[in-house]
Design a protein around this ligand. Structure first.
Ligand code: HEM
Length: 578
């Protein structure tokens, strides 16, 4: 009697604990999703002074207007005088989506570049610069010291992507293995030793990667070098809460799922394990630009569905491989080796494969639907699919997904009927194992590409502003790329305002479209883009673009022309100033 009462009390305590964890996780998800506004990718709508402005008097402040609220980074707004003197770090404040920057009172006549770096709602840093001139003097040609204006170092960007890949792999394998064990295999007691070890490793990888991503993401925001990870003073200005909430979610839900997987034998315990694993795998919803797109509810729903289905498929393939290796349904007749009896009855093994195949089909459909919804909401146009690095990475991912789907379809339509018809035939089990291992390898590649995809920007850089320019010595320019040829001259090829006069040809035919854009960047210093308005002289067919190049260096003028709905080639004109 007393044993029954004790067991009842223990069960109530367990139920209470599961309820508490569920409430805590619900609150965390709500807080986490609330900290990110669901809106479009942050874009600069306008500035005061305007890009390329010629001002009679020094302004008291400057303004950057974005399409959504942004966050400031300490010390990341700087004014570079064109005379080469030390850049000034400026104070700024944000009200809604406008950044107001206090300019020094005693700004002398001359050219200036105002560089900024802020954090968009998706947690990614956005940088740029505006150039302006005070007074009517000729622009100076001295080069300021831009050494400190580096963008995020490539090693830091790559480390963030690698850690994201590790986080995805850990989470998907952890949750997927657990789903497979509980939903497909329907294991009654705790998971077997091999599965437990895999679960612990996958959970460790997911948690470790999530923890390191907190300071690493902050380091990327401030543009720091990898070794500065050990100096919190460097990265703390870029600190954001959503990655921390993701860590807490992975730690709490993952630990609950793991303890249920290791110990619980009750139905409720098994269900709680599956639910907690499902919550843990959704932690990435809290970070990244999947959340910065309207409508927010659709994006979040698609992302949750995508992660759950991805976990089921990827983790499930691994689980099935492990199951087949342990069950050995086809080893009895392996060629050249003495027959050894299968450990699991081949009929039972065939039933497991059929069951997994049904769930996997549902997962693939859910992945395709949710992935397509996210792709349409994030990328928007065909143009952006073909014209941005993000779009091309997405196409690479889809190419590999298509190959995995083809393998899975072969398994389902060709192999599975043969296995269910003759479960004792060893050759078919061997083929299934081989194709499943190809599937697993390709799915790892898909997840790896996704880690880089979610850390790249889907945005185009489109700006417009007007500037006028003096003219002096002319330097010939020529560039050819993607079928587009640019031929012309630029003058005066010094710092300050420059005028580019050029003609365009596409596939050797003259181009006279009104949709031509030019912007200037200094990639070595991560400066720009500085946009120009382009005018077409309909009589001569010449284009004229005026652009301000505020400092010396190896500039790139990016010329792009809209040829038709699907064609917008880009050619880069290199210009050396100073
Ligand atoms: C069926 C075709 C698929 C499409 C169209 C697709 C598309 C996408 C898109 C557009 C994103 C958002 C990326 C971003 O944040 O910028 C995404 C995220 C993701 N995809 Fe896929 N995907 C597909 C299949 C898969 C597969 C097979 C897996 C792995 C098994 C997978 C795993 C993921 C993961 C882990 C994320 C990250 C979600 C997050 O960070 O919130 N996807 N996918």
């Amino acid at each position: 009697m007393s044993a029954a009462v004790g067991e009842h009390a223990a069960r109530r305590r367990r139920r209470g604990a599961v309820g508490l964890v569920a409430v805590l996780l619900g609150v965390l998800l709500a807080v986490g999703t609330g900290t990110l506004s669901a809106s479009a990718h942050a874009e600069l709508l306008g500035t005061t002074p305007e890009e390329g402005a010629m001002l009679e008097e020094a302004p008291s402040h400057a303004e950057l207007r974005f399409n959504e609220p942004v966050q400031l980074i300490d010390g990341a707004i700087r004014l570079f005088p064109g005379d080469g003197s030390t850049p000034l770090v400026l104070e700024a404040r944000t009200v809604d989506s406008t950044v107001t920057i206090n300019l020094p009172d005693d700004l002398a006549d001359g050219s200036y570049a105002l560089s900024y770096r802020i954090v968009s709602a998706d947690g990614h840093p956005i940088g740029g610069a505006i150039a302006f001139q005070i007074g009517a003097g000729t622009p100076t040609s001295a080069a300021p010291d831009l050494a400190e204006l580096d963008g995020t170092p490539a090693a830091t960007e790559t480390a963030v992507s690698f850690l994201t890949v590790l986080q995805y792999l850990g989470l998907l394998v952890f949750a997927g293995l657990l789903f497979f064990d509980r939903i497909v295999l329907r294991t009654r007691g705790g998971a077997d030793r091999g599965v437990r070890r895999l679960l612990v490793w996958a959970f460790g990888a997911a948690l470790g990667a999530s923890v390191v991503l907190v300071p690493l993401s902050a380091l990327r925001i401030v543009g720091g070098h990898l070794w500065e990870l050990l100096t919190p003073g460097v990265w703390s200005p870029g600190f954001l809460w959503p990655p921390v909430i993701a860590v807490v979610l992975v730690a709490a839900a993952g630990t609950a799922a793991l303890s249920a997987a290791l110990g619980s034998t009750s139905v409720r315990g098994r269900v709680a394990g599956v639910v907690c694993a499902g919550i843990a795998v959704c932690a990435p919803v809290l970070v990244g630009h999947t959340r910065t797109v309207e409508p927010g509810w659709l994006m979040i729903a698609a992302d949750v569905g995508h992660l759950l289905a991805g976990a089921f498929w990827a983790g499930g393939v691994l689980g099935l491989l492990r199951f087949l290796a342990a069950a050995r349904p086809g080893t009895a007749a392996k060629r050249g080796t003495p027959a050894s009896p299968p450990r699991t009855d081949p009929d039972t093994a065939a039933r497991v494969v059929v069951r997994f195949s049904r769930f996997a089909l549902a997962s693939v459909i859910l992945l395709a639907v949710s992935g397509t919804i996210m792709a349409v909401l994030i990328v928007g146009t065909w143009d952006a699919v073909l014209g941005t690095g993000y779009g091309r990475t997405l196409l690479l991912k889809l190419g590999i997904v298509a190959a995995v789907v083809a393998l899975a379809a072969w398994n389902r339509t060709r192999l599975l009927p043969r296995i269910t018809a003759r479960p004792t035939a060893a050759l078919q089990w061997a083929s299934l194992g081989r194709i499943l291992s190809y599937e697993a390898a390709l799915l790892v590649a898909v997840i790896a590409i996704t880690g880089f995809l979610t850390n790249s920007s889907p945005a185009h850089d489109h700006h417009d502003s007007v500037a006028t320019a003096p003219s002096a010595t002319q330097t010939p320019v020529h560039a050819e790329s993607q079928g587009l040829t640019v031929d012309g001259t630029i003058s005066p090829t010094t710092t300050g305002q420059n005028t580019l006069i050029f003609r365009l040809e596409y596939d050797d035919a003259p181009v006279a479209t009104g949709e031509v854009s030019v912007d200037a960047r200094l990639p070595d210093q991560d400066l720009g883009p500085f946009p120009a308005t382009v005018q077409l002289d309909a009589d001569t067919g010449d284009y004229k673009a005026t652009v301000t190049l505020p400092v010396s260096g190896s500039w790139q003028l990016q010329v792009s022309a809209r040829i038709d709905t699907y064609t917008q080639p880009i050619a880069i004109v290199p210009i050396t100033i100073g």
